[in-house]
Design a protein around this ligand. Structure first.
Ligand SMILES: C[S@@+](CC[C@H](N)C(=O)[O-])C[C@H]1O[C@@H](n2cnc3c(N)ncnc32)[C@H](O)[C@@H]1O
Length: 423
């Protein structure tokens, strides 16, 4: 069956992908953009999302391969179409005739000017289909300057290139197990990994709550906290709840807070699906105090999320780094407040899914300066490579780690202990 005719599934997914890319160019997040494809069948919607993600991971490469064949910059909708077909052919290795025919059909359907461009689209994409060698020589897409600069400063150019290669490769599907018989390769830190593109809904054990989706790096924050049965623990920025589930599964008495009521509803759903419980509070963590001091606090603070670019390649396109100073200020306030909630000897795990030292290493240094009695304990857990620890003892996780296993999200995780008595 020809899947490229208008109305056929392949075409629906491509048209959906083009709509997603346009919405993201206008500043939408992927989650906001997917709402625009609700009328598509679940499989077309999933493919549209996948195609849009693959294009965003390689836009610069696609433009570099297309450039020699273009006499002038095409209008934006035609440019998106050319990028999509280029990525389909050269990155996803789809049959050139299918990708080119689909692009020409879609172009003709764009009306007057699109129709006029269809001949050019056809000619350019036929040349692009023979440009595999040029494509293969191109480096992975660079991070934007506002993000690349501090990353190069922190870890150097080679690590930065390796992070960019990991961004292009995308992310596998990681599960945190609760019950037995959880699918996937067992990673050294205990997460289970399934290949990129695995359909979550098709996996056994979802309805019975035997596991939840959580990147292997994200799962380490709670493993570093090492919650014990019966401990009173607050998860101050809890939604959508992966870490709350881990704390509750360990038998801790958990209070899960989030400032967003709608996001907190997802924590409730996840707890229910997994047969776990926690006390849920919607509100500002800075204004919340428990009845009695706590054994431990998990602070998975709001941040730039630059550690999650593998799964959110739209972030470099829709962010410019201008929000980082305010986020860093909020993180510092949240650390101070979290410490005030602990009993003497209590522990705090501070985590951010960020690649920026401003939201990690520098936060820890500043917190130690503000709180002379505070101790840093090695942020370790079973399966953690000691090479991932910073000189201060925090865990610095980056997308280029575990390259042979498929990488991990970028995370900073520090384990702090409040002194038993002020000295
Ligand atoms: C990084 S996400 C947390 C992810 C979560 N810990 C998990 O593992 O699923 C940060 C969360 O902090 C929440 N947040 C932001 N500012 C907050 C505040 N002042 N008080 C409480 N929650 C806040 C956001 O709504 C967001 O859900």
């Amino acid at each position: 069956m020809d899947k490229t005719r208008k109305g056929e599934p392949g075409d629906q997914a491509r048209l959906g992908a083009l709509r997603l890319l346009a919405a993201i160019e206008d500043g939408a997040t992927m989650d906001e953009a997917v709402a625009l494809t609700e009328e598509l069948s679940p499989s077309a919607r999933a493919r549209a999302r996948r195609l849009a993600l693959e294009v965003m991971r390689r836009t610069d490469r696609a433009d570099a391969v297309l450039a020699p064949f273009l006499q002038r910059r095409p209008r934006p909708d035609v440019q998106r179409l050319l990028r999509l077909a280029t990525v389909e052919m050269l990155a996803l290795h789809e049959a050139p005739h299918g990708a080119v025919n689909a692009a020409v059909t879609i172009c003709r359907g764009m009306g007057g000017k699109g129709q006029a461009a269809s001949g050019m689209v056809n000619a350019v994409l036929r040349k692009v289909s023979a440009a595999q060698e040029a494509w293969d020589k191109l480096p992975a897409q660079m991070m934007p300057a506002w993000l690349r600069r501090p990353v190069v400063h922190a870890w150097g150019r080679d690590v930065t290139r390796a992070i960019e290669t990991a961004h292009e490769a995308g992310a596998a599907l990681d599960l945190t197990p609760k019950g037995p018989d959880v699918p996937g390769e067992v990673l050294p830190t205990g997460s289970h990994r399934l290949p990129l593109g695995t359909q979550v809904s098709a996996l056994p054990g979802y309805d019975t709550g035997d596991w939840w989706v959580q990147d292997a790096a994200a799962a380490l924050a709670v493993r570093v906290l090492d919650p014990q049965p019966g401990e009173r623990i607050a998860d101050l920025c809890a939604a959508p709840g992966g870490k709350t589930l881990q704390l509750a599964a360990a038998g801790a008495e958990v209070t899960a807070l989030d400032i967003s009521e709608s996001r907190l509803a997802r924590v409730a759903e996840n707890l229910q699906r997994c047969g776990l419980s926690a006390h849920l509070v919607a509100g500002d963590a800075l204004a919340w105090r428990p009845d009695a001091p706590l054994d431990a606090v998990l602070l998975d603070a709001p941040c730039s999320a630059t550690g999650t670019i593998r799964r959110h390649p739209e972030l470099p396109l829709i962010r410019d780094g201008s929000a980082v100073p305010a986020l860093a200020e909020l993180q510092a306030k949240l650390i101070d407040h979290a410490l005030s909630l602990l009993k003497p000897g209590g522990r705090l795990v501070f985590a951010t899914c960020s690649l920026l030292p401003d939201e990690g290493e520098d936060q820890l240094t500043a917190a130690l300066a503000r709180h002379p009695g505070l101790l840093v304990e090695p942020a370790t857990a079973p399966g953690v490579d000691p090479a991932w620890l910073t000189p201060q003892g925090a865990l610095r996780l980056r997308p280029d780690l575990w390259p042979e296993r498929g990488g991990m999200d970028g995370f900073f995780i520090a384990r702090l202990r409040k002194r038993l008595a002020e000295s």
